[in-house]
Design a protein around this ligand. Structure first.
Ligand code: WQD
Length: 335
């Protein structure tokens, strides 16, 4: 079985490629390398000890997408390609809507033309907006607080309508919570361009001294210690969730949605303390103002993925922190 991984050179895509190959699938990576480095491919091949087929492609260009589908016998698509920075989406909303929606429509049109019926979509817990209650279940209300989140929400709506129009399709929507950590080899991991937006890469860069201090965005939230609470999940566990989703899609028709989280909420201070303890390093921090658009608390009820996909997160917070640190130390040698 040949799986097209759009955005497959990215943080989640590269880890998903490894787990798919480990599970016996053939993988084709399509990526425009706008938010990933080409040398990821060589490091992936070092891990799996074989070559990976890669296409440099802009999924907003239908001719390029059609050419790829005409050349390759694709059995399923895992669609990860897209812009993903919440803050950036507020300053360039039109680029986010164009890129994230057009790429999905192009892939779906090519799938229709070449009779590819299996599709897994990378969605996000951000579609829940400001949660009315936690833990979050898939049937809870969705609404977004930023253009990035709306692109995920709109893509989910497009997929529901496409599924209604074509009962032969099998579509699985995965709502990610907060992926952190890295492959145990330390050869791949989260490698944001510039100053990291997300907590863990910021912490690892403070721990190496690349950045001077962590700013904790607010300690006056209605949470156990006042800092924001999130559901952090090891990126390898998230990647394995995609393998289960593909297996499920080949056995079912229609559309379904699954949360991929651990079901545990950790505060920013929990993460800082866990990281310091796991790696015996200090992470100096200051309390700063809240970040616009942040919510107090968000964590998953992933019991549906456990029951239906037979999937659950296996790695604990200590492992996430150790693997994140291991990657950061390798990263320094790679750059
Ligand atoms: C986590 C916590 C911050 C940085 C975002 C997207 C989501 C998904 C994951 C794509 C919050 C605090 C952070 C810092 C801090 N991305 N923080 N100082 O905002 O939960 O989710 O990334 O799918 O869609 O919304 O993740 O890592 O940015 O923040 O105090 O320098 O850490 O306030 O409480 P977030 P994050």
């Amino acid at each position: 079985m040949k799986i097209l991984l759009t955005g497959g050179a990215g943080y989640i895509g590269s880890h998903t490629a490894i787990e798919l190959i480990n599970a016996g699938y053939d993988v084709i990576i399509g990526d425009n390398f706008s938010n990933s480095k080409r040398d990821v491919i060589g490091r992936l091949e070092e891990i799996i000890k074989k070559e990976i087929q890669v296409y440099e492609i802009d999924f907003t260009n239908y001719e390029e997408v059609d050419k790829l589908f005409s050349k390759e016998e694709i059995d399923a698509v895992i669609h990860l390609a897209g812009l993903k920075a919440v803050g950036e989406s507020c300053s360039i909303p039109l680029e986010y809507y164009r890129n994230n929606i057009e790429s999905t429509i192009n892939v779906l049109n090519a799938m229709k033309k070449y009779k590819v019926n299996n599709f897994v979509f990378s969605s996000s817990a951000t579609v829940y907006g400001v949660p009315k209650a936690v833990p979050l279940k898939e049937d809870m209300p969705t609404s977004c607080t930023n253009p990035y989140g709306w692109t995920k929400y709109m893509n989910e709506q497009i997929l529901m309508d496409v599924s209604n129009a074509n009962p032969n399709l099998s579509i699985v929507i995965l709502r990610y919570f907060n992926p952190i950590g890295a492959h145990e080899s330390g050869l791949i991991g989260e490698d944001p361009n510039g100053i990291p937006n997300n907590l863990m890469p910021y912490i690892t860069q403070v721990a190496t001294g690349k950045l001077p201090v962590l700013s904790i965005f607010g300690n006056d939230y209605p949470t156990k210690d006042g800092t924001g609470v999130r559901d952090y999940i090891h990126v390898v566990d998230l990647a394995k969730g995609h393998v289960r989703a593909i297996e499920y899609s080949f056995k079912n028709r229609g559309i379904d949605i699954f949360n991929l989280g651990t079901g545990k909420g950790y505060s920013v201070l929990d993460i800082v303390n866990a990281f310091e303890e796991a790696n015996n390093v200090k992470v100096p921090y200051v309390i700063a103002d809240r970040r616009a658009g942040d919510i107090a608390e968000c964590y998953a009820d992933s019991s549906k993925a456990e029951k239906v996909l037979g999937w659950h997160a296996e790695n604990d917070l200590r492992k996430m922190c150790k693997d994140a640190w291991n990657w950061q130390q390798h990263c320094i040698k790679l750059n």
